[in-house]
Design a protein around this ligand. Structure first.
Ligand SMILES: Nc1ncnc2c1ncn2[C@@H]1O[C@H](COP(=O)(O)OP(=O)(O)OP(=O)(O)O)[C@@H](O)[C@H]1O
Length: 231
């Protein structure tokens, strides 16, 4: 078997607010392999977003390791950690987080520009991603001129524009009606498979989760193989 695209080791996340101490992750471990699509489920408040944000190197957990390309990203100086995050990790949020004043092409090209590409290369990469997601006719539309499903597909294109090895998605269809949710999920899984990226997708939608290659669940701050409850 190939080596994992992402390994999470002994991840601990404690939130301390006004004297209150909440331990959300208690030593979570997870390996994510290239090309696989993994569902992350668990009750509201179980720590799915906390795990994804730590895995994306967006937030520093209390303890643990996030190993990408064989390196623990959490042990790196800020600049190097940011560089790995930009190059290797794509993130899709529940709400698209697109910049309202930029059109679809500019929104998708932006992370590629930030990663160092020239204007032409970034626009070409953005165009290719948007076209493969069925948005070739929407390149110059701003987010406010797009439907909810289209906005999420633009957000998926943006997450993939730097050809990351890892895609992390936090309830990417949670804000959509069931039919659109299915379409956006299909677009996300096809885009990840085409790119050979490993994907971890948090969802409350068990029907969607079961369409992934495997499902893991957060139980008492630990990652476990998903075991559906039997009646
Ligand atoms: N910055 C923070 N400060 C304090 N507590 C926080 C913070 N972020 C999250 N929490 C708490 O940590 C717990 C886990 O939150 P998290 O968002 O990771 O769960 P989740 O499984 O993604 O939930 P949901 O399914 O509702 O999105 C929750 O009880 C939440 O209130």
């Amino acid at each position: 078997m190939s080596s994992p695209a992402l390994s999470i080791r002994n991840l601990v996340r404690i939130y301390e607010t006004e004297g209150e101490r909440l331990q959300v992750l208690r030593g979570a471990d997870l390996d994510l392999y290239p090309g696989e699509l993994v569902g992350l489920v668990g009750p509201s408040g179980s720590g799915k977003s906390s795990l994804l944000h730590a895995a994306a190197l967006l937030e520093k957990p209390t303890a643990g390791e996030v190993i990408i390309e064989g390196v623990n990203g959490l042990s790196l100086p800020d600049k190097m950690r940011t560089a790995i995050r930009r190059r290797q990790v794509g993130f899709v949020y529940q709400f698209h987080h697109l910049l309202p004043e930029l059109d679809a092409l500019e929104n998708v090209a932006l992370p590629r520009r930030i990663a160092g590409a020239g204007v032409k290369e970034a626009r070409e990469a953005a165009r290719a991603r948007l076209e493969s997601l069925g948005l070739g006719g929407r390149l110059d539309h701003r987010p406010g001129q797009l439907s909810g499903g289209e906005q999420q597909r633009v957000a998926i294109a943006r997450a993939l524009v730097n050809d990351p090895r890892i895609v992390l998605a936090d309830e990417p269809t949670g804000n959509l009606d069931p039919a659109t949710s299915d379409q956006v999920f299909d677009a996300l899984s096809a885009a990840c498979r085409d790119a050979g990226a490993a994907a971890l997708v948090a969802t409350h939608n068990l029907a969607l989760a079961k369409r992934m290659d495997r499902v893991v669940t957060l139980v008492d701050g630990l990652v476990e193989a998903y075991a559906p409850k039997t009646a």
